[in-house]
Write a protein that binds this ligand. Structure first.
Ligand SMILES: Nc1ncnc2c1ncn2[C@@H]1O[C@H](COP(=O)(O)OP(=O)(O)OP(=O)(O)O)[C@@H](O)[C@H]1O
Ligand SMILES: [Mg+2]
Length: 241
């Protein structure tokens, strides 16, 4: 794997779902590549295929056709056990609904992926403390999620996604439940952490103001990624050393 190898390369992804009598083509021949540290926003109307593409990239769903390279390795043909391990170790997820464990403290929520990965207690403690500091939640470490604001909860989810040093971060409408100021802070935080860690990040969002915070924007319609217009390149992607 060279330093120019994209973190992910999706080639010719298609996916159809059965819907009653018929079939809906959720994704049609979609291709994209993400270098380390780049944050790419997928925009487009409801039903245009954003979540379908994110779920395929996150190894949650499988395409009907297409080739998927993760860090240069073809992961298209892996069995479910390998997919689960890879998903757990290499991919961080941030969802609209936060998806935190309500009975666990903030610190334990962030620790959980490290526990699952079998990392020893001392190392976990160090990494959780570092993440709490980075997302500005040191004071809230022992609180339960329901004692936090929406923006704070999403920062816990960001910390949980990044604590395992993922290669790829998947964020599906991560700011949909937040007011615009808080949304702005959360998206900036995701971007800074991904840049710093060299993690590629795929974000689905309806919100044009948020997509302009990303390094690149691709629009989707009816399962297709629209041709990439030059003005959608907003900034050169930062590549971590
Ligand atoms: N599990 C499923 N079963 C059947 N149809 C599905 C399934 N998931 C998605 N679809 C269909 O695939 C198409 C693309 O859906 P997708 O959820 O990817 O869109 P989206 O761009 O994420 O929309 P939104 O902005 O509303 O989240 C839609 O027509 C949707 O109804
Ligand atoms: Mg969606």
């Amino acid at each position: 794997m060279s330093e120019h190898t994209p973190v992910i390369s999706l080639q010719g992804m298609s996916k159809a779902y059965n819907m009653g009598e018929g079939r809906v083509q959720a994704l049609s021949d979609a291709s994209l590549a993400l270098p380390p540290g780049e944050m790419l926003a997928l925009t487009g109307p409801s039903g245009s295929g954003k979540s379908t593409l994110l779920n395929i990239a996150g190894l949650i769903d499988t395409p009907d056709t297409g080739r998927y390279l993760l860090d240069g390795e073809d992961v298209s043909q892996l069995d479910e056990t390998c997919r689960t391990l890879l998903r757990r170790n290499a991919i961080g997820f941030i969802f609209q609904g936060f998806n935190l464990v309500p009975v666990m403290s903030v610190a334990d929520n962030i620790d959980y992926p490290l526990f699952l990965a079998g990392i020893n207690a001392g190392e976990r403690k160090r990494r959780v403390a570092e993440m709490l500091e980075k997302v500005g939640l040191r004071e809230q470490a022992q609180r339960r999620p329901d004692a936090l604001s929406g923006g704070q909860r999403q920062r816990v989810a960001v910390a949980r996604a990044l604590v395992k040093w993922p290669r790829l971060v998947i964020a599906d409408e991560p700011t949909a439940n937040l007011d615009s100021h808080t949304a702005d802070q959360v998206i900036t935080l995701i971007r800074e952490l991904c840049h710093a860690e060299g993690a590629a990040c795929l974000v689905a969002t309806h919100d044009d103001r948020l997509s302009t915070r990303c390094d690149r924007v691709l629009a989707m319609r009816d399962g297709y990624i629209l041709p990439d217009a030059p003005f959608t390149h907003l900034a050169a992607p930062a590549v971590a050393a």
